[in-house]
Design a protein around this ligand. Structure first.
Ligand code: NAP
Ligand code: MG
Length: 499
């Protein structure tokens, strides 16, 4: 394992953005929090403060919701033609592409992730999301419905935007989560108050400038940086917000549901996971090894879909444990801005402590640390990619979402697919599973038997704007992306006319 923590070098655009004062975007204007409070933003690789952003709270959320309501009901946005909405959403993709390197650098600096991944996945994925969703603006059609009621009826449906939407996002893919939320809501014609995670507000704020440059009317998108307990809770509670879309922990997801009950706002939730990766003996084992290693180590393990429970058939178990550990050994750890680095720091001290706590708990419960398990260097929130073998269903490390580069390997010795699916399903989550095999029947039978929203065959952590994504069980409510996401952001109105 190589550790290379060196001072970042930032391009001029990202440097210029960092040097500016950061504000909230409310009703088309950049303003300070009404309280005047700010909080610091850290580089998780060096623990240095890189910016201060406003600590927006209820008062700012109230102003932003009022602006979003005005924009929805009476501004130019309320009269915009679908084709013009589409053009504006498409423009966001173009503008992001023009500033792609700057966004990748800001993301690497703020979140800690490798800049090459940020450019290839976070920024490109966001560009793709705006372009895909732009197409939906002109395709949100209702239906004419043949009814059996006597008389001369004309019955049809309209798809209308749900209204003012509150969007609360996490820190693991800060820009991409903003894109997943903003693109479909804008395509549907909603107006938005977005709250980025306190740990990673920078790319959302920079993106707010692109929203203005694209020409969205004032108040259509408002951005409030602030804490979850204040700004986030105010948004989830707000009586004039029609819908809240949330991505983050299952624990906070449950709070959102309670908060939404006040005005029965619509809720969609993208929550945690403890996704299984299952290697069958007939798999291409080399491919399964590199694929399952990247399933857990990618993004420092901070993916809701991370393949954190690795099941290997007993006949290939030793080879898989050895192979994944060898992959871990090849990983170069360091500052995310170093283009040669594959694994950056975790996002924050809090997450660092949390993951270290899990490593300690795994050891105490008898897991074998095959590789990793330590904290490299004496600065930044780094954790070595770690393989825990001989784990079992009762261990905390197997049951709970660690959200770090730590995989728990278990063997299975059953060839009955029902029994294998039972291991995979032995979790309160159901976000993703991967199946590694060359046998088509095994692949597709497992796909049916596993209770998860997304199944990957011979790959993991797949994503595409057209691929409906979301969770079974406690991994969430609803689907993002694909045509399914439009259900979140539209209401169906049914009209019956008697002629
Ligand atoms: P979190 O608290 O669920 O944060 C997600 C978002 O919710 C953030 O914007 C957060 O704001 C906001 N929030 C927090 N409390 C809120 C409340 N009472 N009302 C409304 N919004 C609220 O996640 P975390 O604490 O950063 O991470 C904890 C664990 O969550 C991780 O270790 C991981 O297991 C899981 N997680 C999952 C995902 C995922 O993609 N499924 C993403 C991130 C984390 P602040 O950031 O300002 O608190
Ligand atoms: Mg939090």
């Amino acid at each position: 394992m190589t550790i290379a923590i060196r001072k970042p070098s930032l391009g001029s655009a990202a440097t210029a953005f960092l040097a500016k004062p950061h504000k909230l975007l409310i009703d088309g204007k950049w303003v300070d929090a009404k309280s005047g409070e700010t909080f610091p933003v850290e580089d998780p690789a060096t623990e240095e403060v890189i910016a201060h952003v406003p600590a927006g709270d209820k008062a700012d959320v109230d102003a932003a919701v009022a602006a979003a309501r005005r924009a929805f009901e009476s501004g130019p946005w309320s009269r915009i033609l679908p084709g013009d909405r589409s053009r504006l959403v498409w423009r966001l993709g173009d503008l992001l592409e023009q500033h792609a390197d700057e966004f990748a650098e800001l993301e690497a600096l703020d979140n800690g992730k490798p800049v090459t991944n940020a450019r290839r996945d976070d920024v490109q994925g966001s560009i793709n999301m705006f372009r895909y969703m732009a197409g939906w603006s002109t395709r949100l059609t209702g239906e004419t419905i043949p009814v059996s009621s006597p008389g001369n009826w004309h019955v049809y449906t309209l798809r209308e935007p749900v209204g003012v939407v509150g969007q609360i996002i996490p820190w693991n893919f800060p820009l991409m989560m903003a894109a997943w939320k903003l693109a479909p809501a804008l395509a549907a014609g909603c107006t938005i108050v977005l709250k980025p995670a306190e740990q990673t507000p920078l790319t959302a704020l920079r993106f707010g400038e692109l929203i203005q440059e694209a020409g969205f009317p004032d108040g259509v998108v408002n951005i409030i940086t602030g804490y979850g307990e204040t700004a986030g809770a105010a948004l989830a509670n707000h009586p004039d917000v029609d819908k809240v879309a949330f991505t983050g922990s299952t624990e906070v997801g449950k709070l959102i549901v309670k908060a939404a009950a006040g005005n029965l706002k619509r809720v969609s939730l993208e929550l945690g996971g403890k996704s299984p990766a299952i290697v069958f003996p007939d798999a291409d084992i080399d491919r399964a090894i590199s694929g399952t290693a990247s399933a857990i180590f990618y993004n420092q393990g901070q993916c809701c879909t991370a393949g954190s429970r690795l099941f290997a058939h007993k006949s290939v178990y030793d080879r898989v444990v050895e192979g994944v550990s060898a992959e871990a050994g090849k990983i170069k750890i360091g500052h995310g801005l170093d283009p040669n680095v594959n694994l950056g720091p975790l996002v924050s001290k809090e997450q660092h402590n949390r993951v270290r706590g899990f490593l300690e708990s795994g050891r105490k419960e008898g897991a074998e640390v095959v590789t990793g398990g330590n904290v490299p260097g004496n600065q930044g929130y780094f954790v070595e990619p770690t393989v825990l073998a001989n784990t079992n269903r009762d261990m905390r490390v197997v049951r709970e979402e660690i959200f770090g580069p730590v995989v728990c390997v278990q063997s299975f010795d059953d060839d009955d697919l029902e029994a294998v699916a039972k291991f995979a399903n032995d979790t309160e989550y159901g976000l993703q599973a991967s199946v590694w095999t060359r046998n088509l029947k095994v692949a597709h039978m497992m796909a049916r038997k596993i209770r998860a929203g997304t199944i990957c065959i011979n790959n993991h952590n797949y994503g595409d704007p057209a691929w409906p994504f979301g969770g079974y069980k406690q991994s969430g409510w609803g689907r993002e992306m694909g045509k399914e996401v439009m259900e979140h952001y539209t209401e169906t109105k049914a009209i019956a006319a008697l002629h």
